[in-house]
Design a protein around this ligand. Structure first.
Ligand SMILES: O=C[C@H](O)COP(=O)(O)O
Length: 251
């Protein structure tokens, strides 16, 4: 049985007091969600200390949006995986398309970040996905293959099993344009197949692959019903607790 996960990436939204209120609301409503679904909130760094304290002992886990690719040292402005782990953070997003686009993160740097995350016992949520022009040029499988191979395939079997993958077609992020359920299923199955080719089908079948990109209460059930979709990485809709919970209840 694969883990079902619904994770809310708040991105660079909410001031600390607003973030705490949002986390409280998610925790309060979390009982409405089937116990088989893991809930994760992923606030900005500045809120993590307070939100992890608030979420401690509840069913809501906390993630970070990024971590450094180094262990420690003279890297001004960076936050290490160990620092996150020490705060009680359990997940970390690695390679979100906004990090790739605005901060030039490369597949090999993302491999380093995954290693850092794993060595601090954080579960990486590794993001992959093609841009609109790549899909239109029918290059989407090739793009995702390269991202997965270059960032994940040097991991050993024990390590890959800790990784959660999020397929996020860039053209569907924050645009209101969702991938069709067929497009999502097709790519999720493709990714699982890639993993199976490298690590075997038992490992591939155990890895959760989340969908991200304009997922909302009105379309979540349809997307989550697909056999290779194991949950969602939710952006905009995760900023409203009732919507985030409604999405999680779609399983
Ligand atoms: O990390 C989340 C994704 O970028 C999806 O964002 P969105 O739900 O606002 O489209």
């Amino acid at each position: 049985m694969r883990r079902k996960i619904v994770a809310g990436n708040w991105k660079m939204n909410t001031l600390p007091s607003e973030g705490l209120a949002l986390a409280k609301d998610v925790i309060a409503k979390s009982a409405e969600v089937s116990s088989g679904v893991e809930l994760v909130v992923i606030p900005p760094f500045t809120h993590l200390n307070e939100v992890t304290k608030l979420a401690s002992g509840t069913r809501v886990a906390v993630g970070a949006q990024n971590c450094a690719r180094w262990q420690s040292g003279a890297y001004t402005g960076e936050v290490s995986a160990a620092m996150l782990g020490a705060m009680g953070v359990e997940y970390v997003i690695i390679g979100h398309s906004e990090r790739r686009e605005y901060f030039g993160e490369t597949n090999s740097q993302l491999y380093d970040k995954i290693q850092q995350a794993l060595s601090s016992n954080l579960m990486p949520i590794f993001c992959c996905g093609e841009k609109l022009d790549e899909r239109e040029a029918n290059q989407h499988f090739q793009v995702v293959k390269q991202q997965v191979e270059e960032s994940l395939f040097a991991l050993d079997e024990q390590s890959i099993k800790q990784v959660v993958i999020a397929y996020e077609p860039v053209w569907a992020i924050g645009t209101g344009r969702t991938a069709t359920t067929e497009q999502a299923q097709e790519m999720h199955a493709y990714i699982r197949n890639l993993i199976a080719g490298k690590y075997g089908s038992q490992i591939a079948d155990s890895i959760s692959i989340l969908y991200g990109g304009s997922c909302k209460p009105s379309n979540a059930a349809e997307i989550f019903a697909k056999p290779d979709v194991d949950g969602g990485l939710i952006g905009g809709a995760s900023l409203v607790a009732a919507d985030f919970i409604a999405i999680a209840k779609s399983f």
